[in-house]
Design a protein around this ligand. Sequence first.
Ligand code: NAD
Length: 375
Amino acid sequence: MKKIRIGIVGCGGMGGGHAIAIQSGTGNAIWNGSNVDVPGFDSPATTDISQLLELAGVVDIKEERQAWAKERGMKVYPDYETLLADDTVDAILIATPNHLHKEEAIQAMRAGKHVLCEKPVMLSSEEMLEVMAVSKETGMTFYPRQNREWDEDYLMVKKIYDEKLLGNIFNIKCRIMGSRGIPGDWRGVKAYGGGMMLDWGVHILDRILKMVPEKLSRLYCTCTHITNDECDDGFQLLLTFEGGLTVNLEVGTCHFVNEPLWCVYGDQGSAEIKNWGLEGRMVRLLSWNDRDATPILAGAGLTKTMAPRGKSKSVEELPLPKFDFDRNELYKNFVEVCNGEAEQIVTQEHALRVLRVMEAAFQSDETGSVVEFNG
Ligand code: NAD
């Protein structure tokens, strides 16, 4: 496969991480490029991306980030135009604040470069349609870097769902909870594409919309503004799919006690993934026979309906499914697509659908009503 020479615009936390990842071959796009060794990224199934991508150089408007890149032996271009004018560069990786993605992507494609663009790829579906039209017109790849369908926690949930390990799934809950508010940079400013819906919302919608092969019928959303008036610092979003599956997605930045990252409920059992350390379990139903239990004390009353099963013979506890996978598949697929050897795993149409669902979620928040989506 022909190596792709790539230039990075925006060499901050994410762009710096990409730069280090490409230089080192790990694909371990580490925050701020500090060389933290994250377990799992040395898995044998992981593609060495230095065999696929070559770092041409970086552009950043901040002198400290330019110095950071130079210290690591990276070429620093004086500005974006100079990077785009370099004929040895095949592709651009966009890792600037969100409001800059559209213009940078269009400029790159018009300069004959393929584009790998950080999420949220655009601020709106309208912007996305414009970029898709330029990609079509120029024949240049526009690839959304929606990378979290390669998260191990999500892949566990997908396996449980796809293979019906707990029967038919009727409800999924995914909660991303922190306690630090929105970071004090551009992420808290609306004009720069700030807010948690455009940040974590993209990731968690991206994955669920990819996993469930059904139309999304309707949704209801409430955004929170606990720590920031201008941008949403979290949200609760309820999705209902055509077949009846409901999905509760929650992002919060003012939670000092966390609920499980995932809960999955099927008609033959339940699963929980407690945290990113992947602690959790599946509890599978063996028999419905012992419906009647001895009542337990529940607050000021008794309940037998909600009495826990304890060590009952009617359920079994199982570990979460484990498997190996290529954590660098997105980079690999991007290079294959640029070389005309594969179709995009993360398609433009999928990124467009994610943006449309986020717009419907904002509409629901503003109007206080359920939005019929049907798509
Ligand atoms: P950041 O603020 O750390 O870095 C952005 C960099 O862009 C800064 O160094 C800034 O100086 C530079 N910059 C700003 N304007 C510029 C311009 N006109 N030309 C060149 N450089 C410019 O932000 P970040 O956390 O690295 O986020 C960057 C992008 O990556 C965002 O779109 C964000 O959503 C995305 N991101 C994705 C993931 C993921 O998991 N896929 C994770 C974090 C961030």
